[in-house]
Ligand binder design. Structure first.
Ligand SMILES: Nc1nc2c(ncn2[C@@H]2O[C@H](COP(=O)(O)OP(=O)(O)OP(=O)(O)O)[C@@H](O)[C@H]2O)c(=O)[nH]1
Ligand SMILES: [Mg+2]
Length: 261
């Protein structure tokens, strides 16, 4: 699938919110995203990508749509999954500038204008909300969760060392970097998939504080870990066997020798 080259001029930014059973959060996250964008003069499309949640998520979005023309929903009936949903949303987005944010209020929406400014005015290809740079942190997480997340982040760094939190779900991209790129979305780490394969030049991280969800339950399941290992193998294959991306080598060169090498 190719991204649509024609970007609507109607919206400055598309904010994608992936959902599965988020009836306790969806109203609040949509309201917060909309008010943050309004107060920064960003004309945003909000695109909820829902994997046919059996709870009231879709009903609440329909209710909100009555007073919000910029709120859209894509309901997916098959091949459910977080990365698959983000992938579908990125292709469906009306703007070329795309922001992904979790529905459960773990990511701070007030940072969206910072991402937007870096994409729009500083010409970055990708901006990542990072828990693992100074100023970033995970709040309220039990020790076991911190250990698992840090371990996965370390594996991510062995591929793309210039990015400390490749697994973050709070990231923004300019969709032009996905032209002719063969993504294979799986698991929970869509940002890592993009970092491993897309045609980016300028990537940066900004610190975020990740808070534990208050409403609803986590959707993480054991297959997320095997999906991550398969994803690592496919990114290595894509870089070193297919030679469709030199992102791992490029990233290591920049990490070791600086930007000019
Ligand atoms: N469309 C879709 N969204 C999903 C799916 N799984 C998770 N999500 C959404 O992706 C976001 C992240 O999922 P979470 O369950 O919060 O995962 P997490 O933040 O890593 O884990 P917690 O800290 O436990 O919340 C939330 O907005 C979920 O509703 C899925 O299969 N399909
Ligand atoms: Mg969450």
């Amino acid at each position: 699938m190719m991204p649509d080259d024609s970007c609507s001029s109607e919206y400055d930014l598309t904010v994608i919110i992936p959902t599965y059973n988020e009836e306790g959060n969806i109203r609040e996250i949509v309201s917060q995203v909309d008010s943050v964008c309004r107060s920064s003069n960003i004309n945003e499309e909000i695109l909820v990508v829902d994997d046919d949640s059996p709870d009231r998520t879709q009903i609440i979005v329909s209710e909100m749509q009555e007073s919000m023309n910029n709120l859209h929903i894509l309901v997916r009936y098959e091949d459910h999954g977080l990365s698959q949903s983000l992938h579908a949303g990125i292709y469906k987005a009306e703007s070329c500038l795309v922001q992904c944010i979790d529905a459960d209020l773990s990511h701070p929406p007030e940072k969206i204008p910072v991402f937007y400014n870096l994409l729009k005015n500083e010409n970055y290809d990708m901006v990542i909300g990072s828990r693992y740079i100074p100023g970033g942190e995970t709040f309220d997480w039990p020790l076991y969760r911190k250990i698992i997340s840090s371990g996965a982040a370390l594996i991510g760094r062995s591929f793309i060392p210039i990015v400390k939190d490749s697994g973050s779900g709070f990231f923004a991209i300019n969709r032009r970097i996905l032209e002719d790129v063969n993504l294979k979305p799986r698991g929970f780490r869509m940002g890592f998939e993009i970092l491993g394969k897309a045609r980016w030049e300028n990537v940066t991280e900004i610190p975020i504080v990740f808070r534990d969800r208050v409403a609803g339950v986590s959707k993480i399941k054991p297959s997320v870990f095997s999906d991550f290992l398969l994803q690592c193998m496919h990114i290595a294959y894509y870089n070193f066997i297919l030679h469709k991306s030199g992102n791992i080598i490029k990233s290591w060169k920049r990490f070791l020798f600086g930007r000019k090498n």
